[in-house]
Design a protein around this ligand. Structure first.
Ligand SMILES: Cc1cc2nc3c(=O)[nH]c(=O)nc-3n(C[C@H](O)[C@H](O)[C@H](O)COP(=O)(O)OP(=O)(O)OC[C@H]3O[C@@H](n4cnc5c(N)ncnc54)[C@H](O)[C@@H]3O)c2cc1C
Length: 655
């Protein structure tokens, strides 16, 4: 019990306290029962008298007297008696007038000067014999030789650092755990919300992807009755989607239920799971159809009015109208796409191992083709390569050698948005990883088992494949096209998406805004752009709300002939909130994973660019994505998945 207390005290109060604790159990008086404390005080006081009135007893480093004199209070045999309940409790013979703590203080000071365990008394290893110079007994006040002192000081320093380090680790662990517990408690216990208010305006947000989620997080919902509509009830962290296709990450680790966000807003936010199928810009209504596959309720279609509408519905996959793509290729945009690819991949592999399969058929089944050399296509090819080399070779050694990955790109090189040296670095890494890259090659037709493509010399290639992943960019969704049609071609003249002004308002319409992939702007269709636009709109809607409140207040002040000063102040505020700045984008850099624990990064650096690639960039890539994930829950799940794969490997079961 006492020994454990020493260790605890050593950790809490540092090595000095630890040493004095070893030499004097009085440090722990407050934890002992009262009678033991009294005995201990008496014992130490007697010890103090002994050490100050007569010559010191020679002792060992453990504080054990060399001669065990029962009359001497310093002897070891007295220590247990101090804790002995049956012993009488003598009053302190030294400082009867002092309180317990004062007495302890006084005693501690006395013992430190030259009493038991004082630095000048004990020697390491209990050595009390003649010193190295042979000049006689080294006891009482005589100090140890310099070498020993230096060693002792060194050891003391090391111990000090070890204790500091242990304390630091303990503080981090305790702090981290408290933070995780506190924030998960907060997340799981949303507060009571204000109900929707019929006097407030209706703000309808379509979609819950990057743009809408960033907007929702930043939006002060007190000013509006907000309704969110989307065919899926969660936000999907797309940059990590390629990792789901091979089981590096689980789908649930990179999605976050939208209600986890809406339930934490000040005023209740309505969420409707369904497709917005029609927007009437004149009547200002949106028609929504329940897209549930499992269960249809009595009502599966509804039309809701809006005062303000935000169209953040992203885009769909671009197929360029190539025959057979929709029917035979897998896309990589949604969580179910990634799961489908995973299933298809394992299906190809298991079918290839089926007994009696011809050599050619095995090769076809194990030929994985990716069309599109942008970040999505490159990252998918990279993840596939890792899966084949790290896992497939262990579980399917008989066929692993036949697996082939081909990436087809119509442009002269992959990743055109990255700097030249990173493009070269990626090409070299792919070559090393035996990923075939066919540039300047265009797919003409996709059959069930073959792709017809044309190379730069206009030769037609017939490419057999088992799995085809199509990642060639975006095109406008039907709903986006219907809005464009209502406005007219003169204004909405871009096929890629909605034309918006510099404040993200849809050209040709009042009260409709749009962000992200649904728009046709000069920005790249990325999550970075979409989320910055979403945040911008959140701020803007706050300004609109304030502006409307001020308009009412001004009207009231004028009607009631309010004080001129008050009106002036209101006008000032009004001018401030009506000055809405246009949206401006801040590029934070481009990142892509290229396989074998290598990533590339093009980062803005002062007025230039910093290009880097390799293992360090890979860790940067990982940490950047983990910190970008919207919730602590997702961050923890993603990190756990990475650890799981490192320890157990990827799961090769076909779901
Ligand atoms: C695999 C992959 C990897 C990517 N990696 C990166 C990356 O590393 N970095 C980066 O910056 N960008 C990346 N992107 C691009 C990025 O995901 C998009 O630019 C971003 O998602 C666009 O955001 P958004 O809000 O406009 O659209 P989305 O995020 O696509 O959201 C659209 C939302 O609208 C909903 N919706 C669709 N139709 C309707 C409808 N009829 N009615 C109502 N709602 C509807 C959808 O369900 C969805 O919730 C990647 C994309 C993919 C597919």
């Amino acid at each position: 019990m006492v020994a454990r207390s020493f260790v605890l005290a050593g950790l809490r109060a540092g090595p000095t306290a630890h040493r004095s604790a070893v030499s004097s159990p009085l440090i722990f008086h407050s934890r002992l029962p009262a009678h033991a404390q009294r005995q201990l005080v008496a014992f130490a006081a007697a010890r103090s008298v002994a050490s100050s009135s007569g010559p010191s007893q020679p002792i060992t480093s453990q504080g054990t007297p060399r001669e065990n004199n029962p009359a001497d209070p310093v002897t070891r045999s007295h220590i247990p008696s101090a804790f002995d309940k049956s012993s009488p409790s003598p009053a302190s013979p030294v400082h009867p007038s002092l309180s317990t703590s004062q007495t302890v203080d006084a005693i501690t000071r006395t013992t430190t000067k030259g009493g038991i365990g004082g630095a000048g008394v004990a020697r390491p290893g209990g050595e009390t014999g003649p010193g190295p110079n042979g000049s006689g007994a080294n006891a009482g006040g005589a100090g140890p030789e310099p070498k020993i002192i230096i060693e002792r000081v060194k050891r003391g320093r090391v111990r000090k650092w070890v204790v500091r380090f242990a304390r630091g680790v303990l503080a981090i662990v305790l702090g981290g755990t408290t933070y995780i517990l506190y924030s998960s408690y907060q997340n799981r216990h949303p507060p009571v919300q204000l109900p929707q208010d019929p006097t407030k305006k209706n703000l309808v947000i379509l979609g819950n992807g990057w743009a809408s989620t960033a907007m929702l997080k930043a939006l002060d919902t007190e000013g509006y009755n907000v309704t969110v509509v989307s065919p899926r009830n969660y936000f999907l962290f797309t940059p990590l989607l390629p990792s789901v296709t091979v089981g590096t990450l689980e789908t649930r680790s990179i999605i976050e239920p939208t209600r986890f966000i809406t339930r934490h807003k000040k005023r209740a936010v309505d969420f409707l799971e369904g497709d917005a199928t029609d927007i009437d810009v004149k009547a200002k209504t949106v028609t929504i159809r329940d897209n549930s596959e499992m269960q249809k309720g009595e009502v599966s279609e509804t039309t809701i009015p809006y005062d303000y509408l935000v169209v953040n519905i992203g885009a769909e996959n671009q197929t360029f109208g190539i025959k057979g793509v929709k029917e035979n290729a897998c896309f990589l945009k949604e969580s179910w796409d990634a799961e489908k690819i995973r299933t298809r991949l394992m299906d190809c592999i298991e079918t290839a191992t089926f007994r009696g399969q011809s050599e050619d058929e095995i090769k076809r089944l194990l030929h994985m083709v990716v069309v599109g050399g942008g970040p999505t296509g490159v990252e998918y090819a990279a993840e596939l390569h890792d899966f084949l080399t790290e896992d497939l070779q262990n579980w399917y050694p008989e066929i692993a050698g036949n697996v082939k990955i081909t990436l087809i790109e119509a442009l002269p090189n992959v990743l055109p948005m990255f700097s030249k040296q990173l493009i070269d670095y990626t090409s070299a890494t792919f070559k090393e990883n035996k990923i075939d890259v066919l540039t300047r090659t265009m797919v003409k037709e996709v059959g069930e088992k073959h792709i017809v493509a044309q190379d730069e010399k206009k030769n037609l290639l017939n490419i057999p494949y088992g799995l085809l992943v199509w990642a060639t960019g975006n095109t406008a969704r039907p709903l986006t096209k219907s809005i464009m049609a209502q406005v007219g071609e003169k204004i909405q003249n871009q096929r890629r998406g909605l034309v918006v002004d510099d404040k993200l308002k849809v050209a040709g319409l009042d009260d409709v805004w749009a962000c992200g992939d649904a728009t046709a702007t000069n920005y790249a269709p990325t999550a970075q752009v979409a989320s910055q636009q979403g945040k911008y709109l959140a701020r803007m809607f706050e300004q609109i709300y304030k502006k409307e409140e001020l308009e009412l207040a001004l009207e009231e002040a004028r009607n009631t002939q309010g004080a001129a000063v008050n009106i002036q102040e209101l006008v000032k505020q009004y001018n401030r909130v009506t000055a809405v700045r246009p949206f401006s984008y801040t590029h934070q850099g481009s990142l892509a994973y290229i396989g074998s624990d290598k990533a590339i990064a093009d980062l803005p650096f002062f007025n230039g660019n910093l290009a880097s690639g390799g293992l360090a960039t890979y860790y940067f890539w990982r940490s950047a994505y983990v910190s970008t994930l919207f919730s602590l829950r997702n961050r923890s799940l993603v990190v756990l998945d990475w650890i799981k794969v490192k320890v157990f490997g990827r799961d090769v079961s076909r779901e």
